[in-house]
Design a protein around this ligand. Structure first.
Ligand SMILES: NC(=O)c1ccc[n+]([C@@H]2O[C@H](COP(=O)([O-])OP(=O)(O)OC[C@H]3O[C@@H](n4cnc5c(N)ncnc54)[C@H](OP(=O)(O)O)[C@@H]3O)[C@@H](O)[C@H]2O)c1
Length: 249
């Protein structure tokens, strides 16, 4: 029987992949046979991450349109195609509402939403002629349920869930699917402040049906599924990987 989860022969770009969820998803895609290109800004930590996976890497800032188009042009010329885009790079900023500065809101939206739109559009230009593609956006449970202080993040991730659906509706008939993964609370550097807060950790453990923080590798199955032939009819879906958080009170 053919392995419908095999990614052999597929070329994948994972943004924000030098650590955390991006690294874990890149590792899972590579384990299933994909040729993976890791992205982040810091060249040294990115090269080290790529070395661990024996993967390729391209350092660029996803918020810079010129760097993004140069990176995709490089992928097209080196690999001849792009099959899988994982739009994962993301940042957080926490402040009480009245203390937010405009530039912080714009900075979070630029990385967490506008960059995803641009990379998805430019990737679709490479995918559509081949009639095959998988665009996977890292959304968040924070797009589904409200939390204080993370206003730009919540707005950007909700926008990303919407963008996932609009793109899916438009390009699905050309063999390109667009889906999102909405992680719950994962123990990564993004959440250092929360992980160090004992009261917050106790809240995560009591609030999440799984009773604990998630480990980054627990996102691997979801991204491999959405990237594979097995998910050929899954389009425009937001897959929560949150231990049941978003379906419980
Ligand atoms: N951890 C969670 O519980 C959780 C929950 C829901 C959703 N998410 C989402 O999952 C994604 C990954 O989160 P994480 O927890 O793994 O974060 P993380 O540990 O802070 O890692 C973020 C990654 O993104 C890169 N990055 C940041 N800004 C970038 C930019 N402008 N251009 C290119 N790369 C950039 C970072 O490397 P450089 O700094 O070197 O660029 C790093 O590789 C984010 O979209 C986040 O919103 C996380």
């Amino acid at each position: 029987m053919t392995d419908r989860f095999s990614l052999a022969g597929r070329v994948a770009l994972v943004t924000g992949a030098s650590r955390g969820l991006g690294f874990a998803m890149a590792e899972a895609l590579a384990e299933h046979g994909a040729t993976v290109i890791l992205n982040a800004r810091d060249e040294a930590s990115l090269a080290e991450a790529a070395r661990k996976l024996k993967a390729d890497h391209l350092a660029f800032d996803v918020a810079d349109p010129k760097q993004c188009s140069a990176a995709l042009a490089r992928i097209a010329s080196k690999h001849g195609k792009l099959d899988i885009l994982v739009n994962n790079a993301g940042i957080q900023h926490r402040r009480p509402l009245t203390e937010w500065e405009d530039q912080d809101f714009d900075r979070v939206v630029a990385v967490n939403l506008s960059a995803c739109f641009r990379l998805a559009r430019d990737s679709a230009r490479l995918m559509l002629p081949n009639k095959y593609g998988r665009i996977i956006n890292t959304g968040s449970v924070a797009a589904i349920l409200g939390r204080p202080t993370i206003h730009a993040y919540a707005a950007a991730k909700a926008g990303l869930h919407g963008l996932t659906r609009s793109m899916a509706a438009e390009i699905g008939r050309h063999g390109v699917t667009v889906n999102a993964i909405a992680p719950g609370y994962f123990a990564t550097e993004l959440n250092t402040a929360l992980l160090e807060d004992k009261a917050f950790t106790a809240w995560v453990e009591s609030r999440t049906p799984a009773g604990r923080w998630a480990k980054p590798h627990e996102l691997g199955g979801a991204v491999v599924f959405l990237a594979s032939e097995a998910a050929s009819y899954v389009n425009g879906h937001v897959l929560a990987v949150d231990g049941g958080l978003s379906v419980s009170l």
